[in-house]
Design a protein around this ligand. Structure first.
Ligand code: HEM
Length: 490
């Protein structure tokens, strides 16, 4: 830290001009920053999206900040973010990987890759997830089965308070397991639970304040213990995955693929047979694609469900209205996706949970693919861009009560469900979430089935007012640790 202080002081005295004033007529405007540190001292590292939203009040919907030496263009508000991601989807549609992830990603997989490899992996995964049921009945059946297992776990707490994170993570992760490996795992299987717990821990660590600083100055903070922990966990997951791939390869039947991994191996064999060399179907892409599906597909859906249950415990009259709709439309039978159209209130509650939960506040970092002009500003190729989804989901021009849990945002005066264009938790454009239809199916089935079986209340001794809705995390926003009681209704 002495070294950092010296570098900062020295460079500060050497240049006391701002970065942003270098080319004021062309670059998006932004706050004055210090050399090397940029605007670091002005940013709340626990809630960077919050600082960005404040800055947009002064600098408009397209502005520049410096995270250390790294220049970032931030886009805010529904109109600007939508326009950028949809009308300029090629220009704004590359991915900027984080330094902490770069060393093991090496540009493979879907989440952090670009170019032909990204295009091929994204297309292959989407087609195969659909083949293995995404958005269809087979997938619905898997979700229903998993949901029944989760209900059993909740029942075993006998109405006593418990932290909802782990059981929900296991259930949601198992849906991805079924589609990727072709089978689910028992919650008592330590191979499975350790992989889910490790992945979860890695996501938390990746969003930590120290890793954000590492991402700005990777050359200076290689020694960080958090970095070491991330690398070790990643390596363990890698070994575990390769042993699973090995088992699947031994029992592979090209006529009957069990999941995405089988389909990948068959595709590779076919390419090899037809003599196609240097294709994208290699081990690194297999491992990274599988890892991406776990990372992107577990934590997100699981966190949204936890927000949903917490909000129900906090607002019991809304919980009552959901349960009343369930009683009227479903009764005691199993809920199905096709019931959604008859349950506008519940659908509105789920949408409003996603809007207020705002779990991926700055999407994933984008990068520009060419030099171009946007809103009269010149933006260079390879500039990092944050499409601030939080500013879309809370845009005061779009939402009547942006900071309140208000399901009526999605209802007309007669109680019918209304779609809202500014509902963009899955982002938009060519990088739009690949698992949106799976996530929407999971959220509906899990949320409704749980509310059919249980009423959620705060732990004894905690009042509803004390249930804290302040999110924790930076990369993804989670409810702060809490316990709920699942009181059986059946
Ligand atoms: C990307 C949200 C569930 C797979 C993303 C992005 C967001 C997002 C905001 C970044 C888009 C961008 O960069 O502009 C969510 C939310 C979910 C969810 C809110 C649940 C409530 C899932 C599921 C899967 C999944 C279940 C797995 C099947 C992916 C992948 C990407 C992605 C692979 C990377 C796309 C790319 O870079 O081309 N998601 N997601 N997500 N999501 Fe999701």
């Amino acid at each position: 830290s002495l070294l950092v202080a010296l570098v900062v002081l020295l460079t500060y005295f050497l240049f006391s001009s701002s970065f942003s004033s270098k080319n004021p007529s062309k670059e998006p405007p932004g706050p004055r920053g210090l050399p090397v540190l940029g605007n670091l001292l002005q940013i709340d590292l626990k809630r960077p999206h919050h600082t960005f939203q404040e800055l947009s009040k002064k600098y408009g919907s397209v502005f520049t900040v410096y995270l250390g030496p790294k220049k970032v263009v931030v886009l805010t508000g529904y109109k600007t973010v939508k326009e950028a991601l949809v009308q300029y989807d090629e220009e704004f549609g590359d991915r900027d990987s984080l330094p902490i992830l770069r060393e093991f990603n090496k540009g493979h997989g879907i989440l952090w890759s670009n170019g032909d490899s990204w295009r091929e992996m994204r297309r292959f995964t989407l087609t195969n997830l659909r083949d293995f049921g995404m958005g269809r009945k087979v997938c619905e059946d898997k979700i229903i089965e998993e949901c029944q297992r989760l209900t059993e776990v909740f029942k075993n707490f006998n109405g006593k308070p418990f932290e909802t994170m782990q059981p929900i993570n296991y259930a949601v992760s198992n849906i991805i397991c079924s589609m990727v490996y072709g089978s689910r795992f028992e919650y008592s299987d330590p191979e499975f639970t350790s992989m889910v717990d490790r992945t979860n821990r890695n996501i938390q660590l990746t969003g930590s304040a120290s890793i954000q600083v590492y991402n700005m100055f990777p050359w200076l903070f290689k020694w960080l213990p958090t970095r070491k922990e991330i690398n070790e966990t990643f390596e363990m997951n890698r070994n575990q995955n390769f042993s699973l791939f090995h088992q699947l390869r031994e029992t592979l039947n090209p006529e009957m693929c069990r999941g995405v991994v089988d389909a990948f191996m068959v595709r590779r064999q076919n390419l090899e047979k037809s003599g196609v060399k240097n294709n994208h179907f290699h081990d690194d892409n297999l491992f990274m694609t599988v890892t991406n599906l776990f990372v992107a597909g577990t934590e997100t859906t699981s966190t949204t469900l936890r927000w949903g249950l917490l909000l129900m415990a906090k607002y019991p009259n809304i919980q009552d209205q959901v349960q009343e709709e369930l009683r009227r439309v479903i009764g005691d039978r199993q809920v199905q996706v096709s019931d959604r159209k008859n349950m506008p209130f519940t659908d509105a509650v789920i949408h409003e949970t996603q809007r207020l939960g705002n779990i991926v506040p700055a999407a994933l970092p984008h990068k520009t693919s060419k030099d171009f002009s946007f809103h009269g500003y010149f933006i260079k190729k390879d500039t990092t861009v944050y499409p601030l989804l939080t500013s879309v989901l809370n845009d005061p021009a779009e939402w009547e009560k942006p900071h309140t849990f208000h399901p009526a945002h999605f209802l007309d005066k007669d109680g019918n469900f209304v779609k809202r264009d500014a509902f963009m938790p899955f982002s938009a454009g060519r990088r739009i979430c690949l698992g949106e239809s799976l996530a929407r199916m999971e959220l509906f089935i899990f949320f409704t089935t749980l509310l059919q079986h249980f009423t959620f209340t705060p732990a004894p001794g905690i009042s509803r007012d004390e249930l804290d809705l302040t999110p924790v995390g930076t990369f993804t926003l989670n409810p702060s640790p809490h316990k709920l009681c699942a009181v059986s209704r059946m």
